[in-house]
Ligand binder design. Structure first.
Ligand code: GRF
Length: 222
């Protein structure tokens, strides 16, 4: 099975996926492309250093807009979709991908719109997209979720936090959860300690969710 992983940063979740390849945690799978919207993302180095090395690509929004006058953020998203679907993946994983993808991206990967290939041929894809989010469903959507959950705990507003992998739909962090795991916040612990524990759980659920979705996808025609 073919996986494309989209990253923006350190790529520790990408590393968890790489480490799970060819193990019972994620058998019969390969990551065919790691795509980043930041050139300096360390995850690109992780991909290059994997054995065998994983191809990488990056395209950042602002340079794209500068180089293509008249193009919009939606055009950028469509370009990312075209780069990704060219891999013909069975699964797209957003692992620390810090750019909100517009409907344009989703329409091209879920078959609502056809992708026009370089030779003019139109192809419709239907590729599941999952995203990792460091909070529980319905709580702390969007950025700085870990900090916001930690602060809410200190104020007695929440008893715990957690993380989830969910299917990607138009609304941010709102798609159907694939795996949800609670992570307690211990009284008196620093945010750094909480964050580290939460990240360890993320590394587990990203692999579990990828396997779960791939198991659901019908085997490809061979
Ligand atoms: C994770 O906490 C993810 O949930 C968040 O960004 C972080 C990515 O970490 N949205 P990494 O790049 O996988 O190390």
């Amino acid at each position: 099975r073919r996986i494309v992983v989209l990253i923006s940063g350190s790529g520790s979740n990408l590393q968890a996926l790489i480490d799970a390849l060819n193990t019972p945690a994620l058998p019969d799978a390969q990551i065919t492309l790691v795509f980043s919207n930041r050139k300096a993302a360390y995850g690109l180095t992780r991909a290059a250093q994997a054995v065998p090395a994983i191809p990488t690509a990056y395209l950042a929004l602002q340079p794209y807009l500068k180089a293509n006058p008249g193009k919009t953020r939606e055009d950028y998203d469509a370009e990312v979709a075209r780069i990704v679907v060219r891999e013909n993946p069975d699964l797209i994983v957003l692992a620390g991908w810090m750019h909100i993808l517009s409907e344009n991206f989703l329409e091209l990967v879920d078959g609502r719109k056809a992708v026009v290939e370089a030779d003019g041929k139109e192809t419709k894809y239907n590729i599941p997209v999952i995203n990792l989010h460091p909070a529980l469903p319905g709580a702390f959507d969007g950025a700085h979720a870990i900090e916001r959950a930690y602060e809410a705990f200190q104020k007695g507003e929440v008893a715990h936090s957690g993380c989830m992998v969910h299917r990607v739909v138009k609304d941010v962090d709102a798609g159907e959860p694939v795996i949800v795991r609670e992570v307690p916040i211990e009284k008196g612990e620093s945010i750094e300690v909480f964050e580290e524990r939460l990240h360890k759980v993320e590394h587990q659920i990203i692999v579990e969710a990828a396997k779960k979705i791939l198991d659901e996808v019908k085997p490809q025609d061979s």
